[in-house]
Design a protein around this ligand. Sequence first.
Ligand code: AQP
Length: 334
Amino acid sequence: MEDKKTIFSGIQPSGCVTIGNYLGALRSWKELQNDYNCYFCVVDLHAITVKQTPQELRKRCVELYAQYIACGLDPEKNVMFFQSHVPAHSELSWLLTCNTYMGEMSRMTQFKEKSKKAGANVGLGLLSYPVLMAADILLYNTDLVPVGADQKQHLELARDLAIRFNNAYSPTFTVPEPYIQKNGARIMSLQDPLSKMSKSSENVNAFVSILNEPDVVMKKFARAVTDSDNQIRHDIVNKPGITNLIEIYSACTGKNIEQIEKDFEFKGYGDFKKAVGEAVVETIKPIQDNFKHIMQDKAYMEKCFTIGAEKASYTANKTLAKVQRKMGLASKKL
Ligand code: AQP
């Protein structure tokens, strides 16, 4: 196990996992667990950068942990835990914040986008959250971070902070590299195919959750925004809606784009949307069965996330202690 490279990744419990999170992230994490030392975290501290209802958030945290297991992540092979159960994340985040410049935070694209939605009262957490993400990664001597295009800028910050700290004090952090996923699809919103599918979207027809019932999935695909020429052709510029559906169908069935275009050459959008819906229903059905089963065994989950937090804390606290010492914080022994 020691010779393997380390991977850290997490999803925020800001909603139920979508087919975007699954096809773009979780499904490939499942492949990684055999070849890497993996830390899979439910990043609940990230979710509170926007307003949450406490009871709902608490419920979503547990459900997300269960969804990790339902999607095939094995708590015995990986370190799987809740971010808030390992206080070193918040502590390192502050220490790194003191080594971060305002300018590098305010130019983050995701901050600019999310703060527009937040209006006049933009929370400070929304600005500083990439530093928390850097802390998440750097605590575990992470070699590789699986990232989608939208997270590249944040990983770049984690690298910059690691290099800056290593140069200012002495070599401490492993500088993480992006892990480019093999079949990492980027799934777009069903209502606005120019924006990515997001679990926290206000329009429930914009995303398909992995726990949606079959009839709900079929309806959402039937309502998916497309264009009017009725040709099933992959063309990201002129036909983003149908292109997104082709990508989803391809990710679920394993068929390539040319094959799909050929199979549906003489069919209309109605038939294709039905086929995509069915392929998604079939893909998520085993996950839903697993999820129901896991949610009935709370004792098992509790055992898994307690052990996960213990293992994570062991490594995280070692890194944190090193950083505290190097920065000159008060010693516990004289
Ligand atoms: N639409 C997507 N297609 C492919 N991959 C996606 N990911 C997210 N959306 C898509 C990948 O899922 C992982 C976890 O993401 P996250 O929950 O930490 O944050 P996010 O990227 O902001 O995901 P959401 O669903 O859009 O959450 P909200 O609505 O809260 O902002 C990441 O690996 C991401 O690349």
